[in-house]
Design a protein around this ligand. Structure first.
Ligand code: SF4
Ligand code: SF4
Length: 279
């Protein structure tokens, strides 16, 4: 028996919404009973995509976070729903029974990720099914995965040691989305947005040139990262924890040492850092 899962690589997602449209194409006006009743054309999608803009001009990043149902091992929606209205199949897919869940609007609030939508017309809660009706016919992946042009979505059997997804999960720093919820999701993420600190280095006596190749060091005591400014004099440190303190220093030959301590509660653009010549 397979145990289905998905890995979503945020660095590969360009926010094209093809996954969302494929989901609508598959489910709007189509019943796949007993797994799902049709999705309304004007309602929210079963694949949510949130856009996150971070930093300040000119150091701005935009990330897109696709969020389907995460088909959790310890699903709060299953635990909170009586009479088998929400259930987990042996292959890990969590489904809402369209018959047993009729009129049960309270099921919508049992998911802390808010991926369960209320279908007003039919009076039922609904969400992503991993396209269970297609997998049962022999499809290898849901429609959203098939439609993604950038390979941001990888689907497969987490228990198959030879599957691409288990290789990725075992050899990459995959993460849970909101691990504090304790749901043990089978949809995992790569490259979820973390804090960054960026800046630009200028040499006071050579401000008509870009300060290329200046070594910038970031340290938090236990860990040290070093980067060099690029051809524009820019530098950037990524993947930082927001609850840690860091010291950034620049020791460039012929110039006075520059140092700053920061706690990146938000993404930081340090702006222009002007190094004074020694002597
Ligand atoms: S993501 Fe939410 S709706 Fe999906 S299985 Fe987990 S708790 Fe249930
Ligand atoms: S189809 Fe792929 S690239 Fe496009 S929004 Fe969905 S996950 Fe991102």
């Amino acid at each position: 028996m397979a145990r289905y899962g998905m890995v979503i690589n945020i660095d590969k997602c360009n926010g094209c919404y093809s996954c969302l449209l494929a989901c609508k194409d598959e489910f709007v006006a189509n019943d796949y009973l007993p797994f799902s009743a049709s999705q309304p054309s004007d309602g929210k999608s079963w694949m949510k995509i949130s856009e996150r803009e971070r930093g300040t001009c000119p150091k701005v990043k935009v990330d897109y976070i696709p969020l389907p149902c995460l088909h959790c091992d310890e699903a709060s929606c299953v635990e909170a729903s009586s009479n088998g209205a929400v259930y987990r199949r042996p292959d890990g897919i969590v489904l809402i029974d369209p018959e047993k869940s009729k009129g049960r609007k309270e099921i919508v609030s049992t998911c802390p990720h808010r991926v369960i939508q209320w279908n007003e017309e039919k009076g039922i809660p609904q969400k992503c099914t991993f396209c269970a009706h297609l997998l049962d016919q022999g499809w290898k992946e849901p429609r959203c995965v098939e439609a993604c042009p950038s390979g941001a979505l990888l689907f497969g059997d987490l228990d198959d040691p030879d599957s691409a997804i288990s290789g990725l999960v075992n050899n990459s720093p995959v993460e849970e989305y909101h691990p504090e919820f304790g749901l043990k999701p089978n949809v995992l993420y790569l490259n979820l947005p973390k804090r960054f600190i960026a800046g630009e280095v200028l040499l006071k006596d050579r401000q008509d040139e870009c300060a290329h190749g200046v070594k910038v060091t970031l340290s938090n005591g236990a860990l040290e990262q070093i980067c060099e400014t690029d051809f524009l004099g820019d530098f950037e440190f990524r993947g930082l924890e927001s609850n840690r303190s860091y010291t950034i220093y620049i020791a460039h030959e012929g110039y006075q040492k520059w140092e700053l301590s920061v706690k990146p509660g938000k993404d930081l653009n340090l702006g222009e850092i002007i190094l004074e010549p020694t002597g």
